[in-house]
Design a protein. Structure first.
Length: 298
């Protein structure tokens, strides 16, 4: 199974307590937005932030971009009410913090169903604790309503007592476990944030590493990083052209009863064609999303 070819190259956290930022986000070129009620919001601003975020999601002002609402945990004074409010807000997904078990996902699924959340509103999980890493496979299999994983690498590094180094070697096992679980169950998966906003090259390197590992995109904390993430996580023109070429060549070979074909000296099989179709679909989805943003900003 594979997640749909929806662009998720750049997914930007937006603080729910900042109405100006929520409005500004309507003009940004991020593929997705996480309207945050958790870490980015002080306790005394939680209720106001909830109202802001629900109104923003319900406004429809973000076009075709994916809009997630990150709620507070169910073990907090605000979590249950956050879920109730988000359920019918029109958001694409509800992002749960610090998910450590399949039971949490199923509990949230029950709440969403009871509150009449539409089927299109999916459950997303923040994967950011050692226990979450160890239970990644069962979490990924918990519900057909699950949409994807978001890595919380800052919290994970804190809990692991590890150094958050450039190559992230202390976290490679955790990242790999979540990638395996997500791909096994057809989920999307987003890489964690990069905290040093002054280190442009370090951020680009982190994006390249995330792409190499297999992530769909990167979560971001500042609009200035959107362009770099979009560029690195998008298939290149060369990749798309090659993909279209091998799709066509393989289709012609199949008409002749052949299972494989050689293109420019390279053997092309079904597995190569499947990945080529994924890249082409992603490129087309990116173009459609950009056209929607251009129209909105015209």
């Amino acid at each position: 199974m594979a997640a749909p070819a929806r662009p998720r190259r750049s997914v930007l956290y937006m603080p729910g307590s900042n109405t100006r930022a929520l409005e500004k986000a309507k003009t940004l070129a991020a593929d997705g937005l996480i309207l945050d009620l958790e870490d980015a919001v002080a306790p005394d601003a939680k209720l106001e932030a909830r109202a802001n975020v629900v109104a923003a999601a319900a406004s429809g002002g973000y076009g075709k971009r994916e809009v997630l609402i990150r709620t507070n945990g169910l073990n907090t004074p605000w979590g249950y009410a956050d879920l109730e409010a988000a359920a019918t807000s029109g958001c694409d997904g509800i992002l749960l913090p610090k998910v450590e078990s399949a039971d949490t996902v199923r509990q949230v699924e029950t709440i969403l169903q009871a509150k009449g959340a539409p089927d299109r509103t999916l459950i997303w999980c923040m994967m950011e604790t050692p226990l979450g890493m160890l239970h990644a496979a069962e979490i990924a299999a918990a519900s057909p309503r699950l949409g994807g994983f978001v890595m919380g690498t800052s919290d994970l590094a804190k809990d692991l007592h590890c150094h958050h180094t450039a190559m992230r070697l202390p976290m490679i096992t955790s990242l790999g476990l979540c990638l395996l679980a997500a791909r096994a169950h057809g989920l999307a998966i987003l890489d964690g944030v990069y905290l040093d906003l002054q280190d442009d090259e370090g951020f680009a390197a982190a994006c390249r590493q995330g792409l190499e590992l297999g992530f769909d995109g990167k979560t971001l904390i500042h609009p200035k990083t959107v362009g770099t993430a979009n560029e690195i996580f998008a298939p290149s023109e060369t990749e798309v052209a090659w993909s279209r070429r091998i799709i066509e060549a393989h289709a012609e070979a199949e008409k002749e009863g052949k299972g494989v074909v050689v293109v420019d000296g390279k053997l092309v099989e079904n597995l190569h064609v499947a990945n080529a179709r994924r890249l082409v679909a992603l490129a087309e989805a990116i173009d459609a999303l950009q056209a929607d943003l251009d129209t909105a900003n015209a």
